[in-house]
Design a protein around this ligand. Structure first.
Ligand code: AMP
Ligand code: GLY
Length: 436
């Protein structure tokens, strides 16, 4: 079978590995935005071009006799690459454009959940003018969040006490968003611990993945600017140290209800991955946002312990025959750490050479924003390489990830604290104090 993979980051490198682990032999072709050496070594071709150009991608897929396409990032979902591929009779993993609005419009997501009585939202309102904004801010008091509606790579959300210090600052940001997008979401700030719960979906049935916790802030101790995610961990028992089984069940039910709501709303099934960004609060589990794809880095955590066949899961999604048994994960803990360019995320160095030769276990090293030229590797300006430590326990997985990511040489940095006993203890105590 010929499989087309769209995207060329570390998440897609993990997907390429999962495809190649399949019991059947598949030919892999890839379209991405950079010459990812990891994906290049696994595929017969990696073509560098825009991943959002539907007709060019369909042409490419037809030229390569592609039987199945898999979309990694959100940008092609927004431009309707999935619609165009299905139109050309190429089964595709990744929702069509209308369904992908669950990620591409925060206003749409909040309104959909409200319409279908899914009790996962904080207090919120969508505004298309400034009338009533001041009053709603006063109702929310000190705990408010202002969100740009569309895809902003994590940079469109401003939280009170962090990015916004007063109602005056919040109002100014709201005005800016109105001029830019014509609408924005204003909502209650939720207090608790965040986690990601991703599910494979065939339009009707879901197969859930273990929960993962990502780390958005750039520096140790959750300091510094927000990033795409500096690293993440999952636990051997498929819970997280601060979560109960009921919390996870609740998040799974929200994903199930949302897939059903999308089906009712558009009369077509969501075929791909639904990623709930949740937060557990004293009022139970709430939704921060939905994404329409695998998380990056979270996708690396879960695919690293996926025991069953990734390609078989993809076909079950296409055929509408997905069951939880399709997605079996081993009972191992994982810790993923990214090495990122000095200056990331605001002014990352670019074009500098890196050296990975000292990394002992290359099988769990994932390439992201890397350019290969000859035998040499260069930083391409964003998160560079990631390592996933896998072990029976979190401390062992953390030690492995820390040891290996430290062996990557070049003008890079990583967060030493991700998955550490100290940071996890802080999370658990935070949750304990809140639940009291
Ligand atoms: P998003 O792009 O929606 O994932 O938001 C980025 C980050 O902003 C999240 O990971 C949260 O840390 C924070 N955030 C977003 N919405 C809320 C909310 N309602 N309450 C508290 N924090 C939030
Ligand atoms: N881990 C954050 C994201 O994939 O959006």
């Amino acid at each position: 079978m010929n499989i087309l993979l769209i995207g060329s980051g570390a998440r897609e490198h993990a997907m390429a590995r999962a495809i190649k682990r399949s019991s059947q032999n598949h030919e892999l072709v890839c379209i991405g935005t950079n010459n990812n050496p990891g994906i290049m070594s696994l595929s017969s071709t990696l073509t560098v071009r825009k991943v959002t150009d539907s007709s060019a991608i369909v042409n490419y897929a037809e030229e390569h006799n592609v039987d199945l396409a898999i979309i990694g990032p959100e940008a092609p979902l927004e431009t309707g690459v999935s619609d165009a591929l299905w139109q050309a009779d190429i089964p595709t993993i990744g929702p069509k454009k209308e369904l992908a609005q669950i990620e591409t419009s925060k206003a749409f997501a909040r309104k959909l959940l409200t319409k279908y009585h899914i009790p996962a939202c904080p207090q919120f309102r969508v505004f298309t003018q400034m009338k009533g904004v001041k009053k709603f801010l006063q109702e929310l008091g000190e705990n408010y969040v202002v969100k740009a509606d569309g895809l902003m790579g994590g940079k469109g959300v401003k939280v009170s006490g962090e990015h916004l210090q007063s109602h005056k600052e919040a109002l100014e940001y709201c005005k800016k968003l109105l001029v830019k997008d014509g609408q924005f979401v204003l909502e209650e700030k939720l207090i608790g611990e965040e986690f990601s719960l991703m599910s494979f979906c065939d339009g009707k049935n879901l197969a859930h993945m273990p929960p993962v916790q990502d780390h958005k802030r750039a520096y140790v101790g959750d300091e510094g600017p927000n990033t795409g995610g500096m690293g993440s961990y999952s636990d051997a028992n498929h819970l997280l140290p601060f979560l109960t089984r009921e919390d996870v069940n609740q998040a799974q039910q929200f994903n199930e209800a949302t897939i059903e709501a999308l089906k009712k709303e558009f009369g077509m099934g969501y075929k791909g991955i639904l990623y709930g960004g949740f937060i557990v609060t004293t009022n139970g589990v709430k939704l921060i946002e939905y994404n329409a794809r695998l998380g990056d880095p979270e996708g690396m955590n879960v695919l690293a312990i996926l025991e069953s066949d990734f390609v078989t899961i993809c076909w079950a999604i296409v055929d509408g025959t997905l069951t939880q048994e399709h997605a079996r994960f081993s009972n191992l803990a994982t810790v993923c750490k990214y090495a990122v360019p000095e200056g990331y995320p605001d002014s990352p160095v670019k074009g500098e050479k890196i050296d990975i030769s000292k990394v002992a276990d290359k099988a769990q090293l994932y390439y992201a924003s890397v350019e290969s030229r000859g035998d040499e590797l260069f930083e391409a300006g964003s998160r560079t390489v990631a390592f996933v430590g896998i072990a029976e326990t979190l401390p062992k997985a953390e030690a492995k990830a820390e040891e290996e990511i430290s062996r990557v040489r070049g003008p890079l940095f990583h967060r030493e604290d991700i998955g550490s006993a100290e940071l996890i203890r802080k999370r658990v105590e935070h949750m304990k104090a809140l639940r009291k």
